[in-house]
Design a protein around this ligand. Structure first.
Ligand SMILES: NC(=O)c1ccc[n+]([C@@H]2O[C@H](COP(=O)([O-])OP(=O)(O)OC[C@H]3O[C@@H](n4cnc5c(N)ncnc54)[C@H](OP(=O)(O)O)[C@@H]3O)[C@@H](O)[C@H]2O)c1
Length: 264
């Protein structure tokens, strides 16, 4: 991990992974507006430097970290322990497009390390800390992809299904313990970010803005909502798709992906 800027503060603090782009960056903006000192991460150092200027040196700590590496997750946690951290946004993630038999195994392992392993490690470490203080918020950025199988993005959909399952179980455990710790997950459908170009998704997919996704996420999290699904249409897809036999939803999604690919 490389510390780009570090500030000294006792202010309430929020950690945002994947803050250099898209949904994470807009969630960071929302949290800054609410007075949080931010710990922002990602690998893009230039953008982190720019964000320190945007958010203000007095309110931002920035560290570049590749959280596919477990040691970087631990370093990020140790950094957060130096502050009055009460919010974790587990947002960093990426997808990969292609038939399962054809996609790169190495890149897929990297994807699972970021989308699954880092989320798991950070959620556990921060939850222990928040449980000890009996206060905190954890928001995991999952996806509508977490509810259904997704041919042509099978590994990505499976990774988000892990996040949905993990978050749901932990939510129930925390609630039953009566802790004042709030567990939420954001499950958007398509959002206009760099996600599709990074994933190699071809075709045209309309989506909501990352500003809207982020505003819903932060409002929902502070309102104590567990499942935050930004639009009614996507909600229907999650619930109906999730209730269908997997074979049928895989069949339906196969043709949706084929159709998207043909719409340039
Ligand atoms: N866009 C959508 O349609 C959509 C829909 C549902 C859910 N989501 C989820 O939303 C989250 C954010 O995605 P986005 O749409 O905002 O995409 P994005 O614009 O591509 O942002 C992805 C973020 O993840 C970070 N990241 C990726 N690999 C990393 C690594 N190894 N180490 C540290 N940071 C890493 C990137 O930072 P660096 O490049 O600086 O490393 C970037 O800040 C993801 O979890 C994604 O699965 C997206």
């Amino acid at each position: 991990m490389n510390i780009i800027h570090k500030c000294t503060t006792t202010r309430k603090t929020a950690v945002v992974t994947g803050a250099t782009s898209g949904i994470g960056r807009d969630i960071a903006r929302q949290l800054r507006k609410r007075g949080y000192h931010l710990i922002i991460t990602g690998r893009n150092q230039k953008e982190l430097e720019r964000l320190v200027c945007e958010f203000g040196e007095k309110y931002t700590t920035a560290a570049s970290a590749d959280i596919a590496d477990k040691r970087e997750c631990l370093a990020l946690y140790r950094l957060a322990c130096e502050y009055n951290t009460e919010v974790l946004i587990n947002n960093a993630g990426f997808g990969m497009y292609g038939e399962f038999a054809e996609t790169s195994l190495a890149r897929e392992m990297d994807m699972l390390d970021v989308n699954v392993r880092a989320v798991h490690i950070l959620m556990k470490l921060f939850l222990r800390r928040f449980a000890h203080r009996n206060y905190g918020y954890i928001l995991n950025v999952a996806s509508s992809a977490g509810y259904v199988p997704g041919p042509f993005m099978s590994g990505y959909y499976a990774s988000k299904s892990y996040v949905v399952s993990l978050t749901s179980s932990v939510y129930e455990e925390v609630k039953r313990r009566g802790l004042n710790v709030h567990i939420s997950m954001l499950c958007p459908g398509p959002v206009k970010t760099d996600f599709n170009s990074r994933a190699g998704v071809r075709g045209k997919i309309d989506g909501i803005s990352s500003e809207l996704a982020a505003a819903e996420a932060v409002d929902g999290m502070f309102a104590g909502r567990f499942e935050i699904i930004p639009t009614a249409g996507v909600k229907a897809i999650c619930y109906l798709g999730g209730a269908m036999p997997k074979k049928i939803s895989a069949f339906a999604n196969y043709f949706v992906q084929k159709l998207n690919k043909s719409r340039k």
